[in-house]
Design a protein around this ligand. Structure first.
Ligand code: TRH
Length: 407
């Protein structure tokens, strides 16, 4: 099996500039990207694609982001759907589905199919015709879900021949995000202020700043299946003033249900603050400011891990527990210690988990190793080439050498 990264790319895989440095090398060729995203459920599909689009645009590239549901952008990236973000044009998936595109959609340099969404055939046919006319083919990437599992590393960068449809005979390539230097890497924070240290003085966060009395802040961004009552009880038993910032949606509903089910007053020393849906850059800053992040899905996990702050991941629950191997692979990659594994077993309802919450470790406890471990993991991630840079490197190489194989 050929090596994953052509030697010419390995040079670019050296340790990148510190995380969140957006300014590209002056020599970087800018490209036109089509990113296709079908929103399955929750927000991560849009979240990842928007983050990638924003990073590409910050580096001078042009992006057409094709979405079948733009609604999350109303709060995730206000103004984006109305063309408010330079370099990014948000397009209706349906406009590619029912008719060949109008001439203003010139052939892109790169196609990114997010999470195997399959490009609409009508649009694909017209773009294949354009490719045949122009004698060049876009670099075609299937951007997969983040995973630490071994199969993802084995599959990263491999070619996938197109066996049917308008592009029969073409080749697309798998890109797997990951935590390892041999993976596709992680997307960094996508805002232009990403180089600025986050602060509670941010106008959109100031209302949620902790009290000066040494209050700790925990962010809750979870699925409805999370053991919320056990969490609230555990938080009230730490002997530490805590404010729990509850993300909008499933988390907020689950907390409100818990409060209804249990007598008032039980949570007296716990400050509960319900958040609005925040713009993605603001949410990223919040992750960097909290003492403990309880995150879910993939994108908020990737961001939380890179903040260097302690975090616990609630993996997307699946009926056949297929998500458990993915969780185990993540914890192994982090070299998680027993308390962190216990937290994840409790928070994900892992069958072996004790029915009642174990004595949960808290990162603010004296001599806790958790903050140091989290900072070490973030430092490791910062040394990996980020996903956006890897995608650009490969697409630029492919544009210059159409037969270039990343395999
Ligand atoms: O919303 P999620 O659970 O999405 C997940 C992922 O898409 C996962 O791949 C998929 O398998 C599963 O759904 C079905 O969690 P995730 O991945 O963290 O995506 C949330 C996005 O929303 C992320 O980009 C952060 C962003 N966000 C904000 O911008 N503002 C907010 O206030 C909140 C709560 C989230």
């Amino acid at each position: 099996m050929p090596s994953r990264t052509p030697s010419s790319l390995q040079a670019s895989a050296t340790a990148p500039a510190p995380a969140h440095t957006q300014s590209p090398p002056a020599s970087e060729k800018v490209l036109l990207w089509d990113i296709f995203c079908k929103v399955i459920d929750n927000y991560g599909d849009v979240g990842v694609c928007w983050r990638l689009a924003a990073q590409l645009a910050l580096r001078g590239h042009s992006v057409r982001l094709w979405l079948d549901d733009k609604r999350p952008l109303q709060w995730m990236a206000p103004g984006a759907a109305q063309g408010g973000w330079p370099g990014i044009s948000v397009r209706d998936w349906s406009s590619a589905q029912h008719a060949a595109p109008v001439p203003e959609t010139p052939l892109a340099d790169v196609w990114v199919e997010a999470f195997g969404c399959d490009i609409p055939p009508a649009w694909l046919q017209s773009q294949v015709d354009a490719a045949d006319t122009q004698g060049r083919r876009p670099a075609w990437i299937n951007l997969e879900y983040l995973s630490a599992e071994p199969f993802a590393l084995r599959s990263h960068g491999l070619p996938s021949p197109v066996l049917q449809g308008p592009a029969k005979g073409w080749t697309k390539y798998f890109f797997y995000p990951g935590f390892s230097p041999a993976s596709g890497g992680l997307l960094r924070r996508s805002d232009a202020q990403a180089t600025q240290p986050p602060t509670w003085a941010n106008p959109e966060l100031a209302a949620f700043a902790p009290e000066a009395s040494g209050e700790r802040t925990v962010l809750l961004f979870s699925y409805a299946s999370a053991p919320i009552v056990d969490l609230l009880q555990a938080l009230t038993g730490t002997g530490q003033a805590v404010q729990l910032l509850v993300a909008a949606g499933q988390s907020a509903q689950a907390v409100r249900d818990a409060l209804t089910a249990l007598p008032d007053g039980r949570w007296a020393q716990l400050r509960l603050r319900f958040l609005p849906n925040l713009p993605q850059p603001v949410f990223d800053q919040l992750l960097a400011l909290c003492d403990l992040n309880l995150v879910r899905g993939e994108d908020s996990l990737a961001q939380a891990v890179q903040t260097g702050k302690p975090c616990v991941w609630q993996i997307y629950p699946q009926n056949d527990c297929a998500h458990q191997p993915k969780l185990r692979a993540y914890l192994e990659t982090l070299a998680a210690d027993a308390p962190l594994c216990a937290w994840h077993a409790f928070w994900n309802g892992t069958p072996a988990a004790s029915p009642a919450p174990p004595t949960l470790a808290w990162p603010w406890e004296p001599d806790s190793a958790w903050p140091r471990h989290a900072a070490n993991v973030a430092a490791r991630m910062a040394q990996n080439t980020d996903l956006c840079s890897q995608l650009i490197d490969w697409a630029v190489l492919r544009a210059a050498h159409p037969t270039a194989q990343r395999a």
